[in-house]
Ligand binder design. Structure first.
Ligand code: NAP
Length: 300
């Protein structure tokens, strides 16, 4: 039977590191600060916000909440984002999405200063992921997969990695992170031919197609490390992933569970990004740099 790569110990180790770093920063006079920007009262958003607040508190990150009504104007949200960009107490921001349909989400997302984009949603952050430079941050789910590989001692160098999914939130950035670790990466999508064959060839397989329990034993082979990014619910309320875990378990070397796998690590990654943003900001201040906010304030 396969080893089950649980997310909880990965998240706990990361939180411990983050807490220690936040404490050091606080001693030196910088309390890492996270802004959570929410428009409207969607239950998913409120619940995510509450969870993030609890996590932040537990690692010593201060939270600044900005809540706007569902019918807020683009200008009002733009003003909030500008406030966040300019606040020296705020080092990272979480903009809960999707934004209401009357808002130009792409323009508003990219108004956020990349150095505060701890959720990896701006073009600036994605540029950093692709170039390997430290502008912005990788999307938390993609980074969570790397944290799991690291924690369980999976060395990516020279390995064949197969990523199923090419979204900007998961598949593509993750392919780049694996490439930076010297894996040989294949990215699969809806036009990929012989998908199960491609997947069987991987030594590291990431299932991020967003298709409920699509990948059964025919997609796997022995010695594989499988990370299941999918989050779904069955009709009877059971949570599951893209992988039929019970079938994968019979074949592969190791697999992440759902729930309790990748999803359990993402908030811990978010907090580690806030602390890293605070560290970078201190370094910049010491060097006498001021943040470069390049957006056009008269856009709205
Ligand atoms: P997405 O935007 O819908 O992208 C899905 C990707 O998978 C697309 O690139 C698509 O290919 C590909 N795909 C879909 N069906 C396929 C098939 N039958 N064969 C091969 N490729 C296929 O989804 P996402 O935002 O990346 O999210 C993926 C999954 O991760 C979802 O289940 C989501 O709920 C979950 N998720 C989990 C976390 C977490 O913390 N664990 C966070 C975010 C998302 P095309 O490009 O050709 O359409």
């Amino acid at each position: 039977m396969a080893q089950i790569l649980k997310g909880a110990p990965v998240a706990a180790a990361l939180r411990e590191r983050t807490r220690a770093e936040a404490e050091e920063l606080a001693k030196a006079g910088t309390v890492p600060g996270l802004a959570i920007i929410r428009v409207g009262e969607r239950p998913d958003d409120v619940s995510y916000e509450n969870g993030a607040c609890r996590r932040a508190e537990s690692v010593g990150v201060a939270v600044f909440k900005f809540t706007l009504p569902e019918d807020a104007s683009e200008q009002e949200l733009a003003d909030v984002i500008d406030t966040v960009n300019e606040s020296p107490q705020i080092h990272g921001a979480l903009l809960l999405r999707p934004l209401p349909s009357h808002m130009d989400e792409e323009a508003l997302v990219n108004r956020l200063a990349p150095e505060k984009d701890v959720d990896g949603i701006t073009d600036g952050s994605l540029t950093g992921v692709f170039t390997g430079k430290t502008s912005g941050f990788a999307p938390c789910t993609a980074q969570a997969c790397m944290e799991i590989l690291d924690y369980y001692g999976v060395d990516c160098t020279g390995k064949r990695a197969v990523v199923v999914g090419r979204s900007l939130v998961v598949g593509r950035p993750l392919a780049m992170l694996l490439l930076h670790r010297n894996a040989t990466v294949t990215v699969c999508h809806t036009r990929t031919e012989e998908l199960s064959q491609r997947m069987r060839e991987g030594e590291i397989v990431i299932a991020a197609a967003g298709r409920r329990e699509m990948f059964g034993r025919e997609c796997f082979s022995a010695q594989q490390i499988v990370l299941d990014v999918g989050i779904h619910f069955t009709e009877d309320g059971r949570m599951c992933g893209d992988v039929i875990t019970a079938e994968a378990e019979e074949v592969v070397q190791a697999v992440t569970p759902v729930p309790g796998g990748v999803g359990a690590v993402t908030t811990a990654v978010l907090m580690s990004h806030v602390v890293e943003a605070a560290k970078r900001s201190r370094k910049q201040t010491r060097l006498g740099c001021t943040p470069c906010v390049s957006h056009d304030k008269n856009r709205y």
